[in-house]
Design a protein around this ligand. Structure first.
Ligand code: SF4
Length: 222
């Protein structure tokens, strides 16, 4: 797919088209206009690899492999996993801050207070935490599970199991740290070459993202 075909494949709303036209009239660069200028065919198709210093390698489907032997399918899957992993790092880092703040708030170590007890109890029930010993105790347990899910080397994530209770072993992600460590390993040169496994790993990482949404807005400044 060349640049023109790629641009034509994007669908803009009427509002976006108005914004793009106005920005062009004013000679202002916005993300939409920068997109038109910056499209790289290899990058857009995900076939360019820069995982090691032997590269960069510009692979072509069925025709040209990277110097290490990685084909285009492996390179595309590896690039996708890396992008998803980076996004998950950002969200998990935020979730860790929220869980740590919740824990300290429940221990009266911050100037915040628990804002949404109902939501907290809902999460507690979902992840099967005891709610009978008061809201602070519940908050301590919920925050502790969240922190364990992010930082430990657990083989399955308790929050993720609560979102998808019927999922079988192997599809539920391990802790964020474990999954990201393995993603870093698998995407390095000469390790994982199976695109299906790499994409499955990206899907597992995608599930982790929900934890941050759950923990949002549980506390507020007093
Ligand atoms: S990992 Fe392989 S395909 Fe990627 S840059 Fe290095 S040699 Fe090239």
């Amino acid at each position: 797919m060349n640049n023109e075909e790629l641009n034509n494949s994007r669908i803009y709303s009427n509002e976006e088209l108005k914004l793009i036209t106005r920005a062009k009239d004013m000679n202002i660069d916005i993300s939409f206009t920068l997109l038109e200028k910056n499209i790289c065919n290899s990058g857009s198709n995900g076939v360019c690899c820069r995982q090691c210093l032997m590269g960069p390698c510009n692979t072509i489907y069925g025709k040209r492999k990277g110097i290490c032997g990685a084909d285009a399918d492996t390179v595309v899957a590896r690039n996708l996993l890396m992008m998803v992993g980076r996004g998950v790092s950002a969200h998990a880092s935020h979730a860790l801050h929220m869980a740590s703040s919740l824990l300290k708030t429940a221990q009266s170590k911050t100037s915040y207070k628990i804002k949404d007890s109902e939501k907290l109890l809902g999460i507690a029930k979902k992840i099967r935490v005891d709610t009978t010993n008061g809201i602070e105790n519940t908050a301590i347990q919920v925050a502790s599970v969240a922190i364990r899910d992010i930082l430990s080397d657990a083989k399955s994530m308790i929050f993720a199991k609560s979102y998808f209770p019927t999922m079988t072993c192997g599809t539920i992600p391990g802790s964020v740290g474990k999954e990201l460590l393995e993603a870093g390993h698998e995407t390095s040169m000469g390790t994982m070459a199976d695109p299906t496994s790499l994409i499955q790993h990206a899907a597992r990482l995608g599930i982790l993202f929900h934890q941050e949404l759950d923990l949002e807005f549980l506390i507020k400044i007093k």
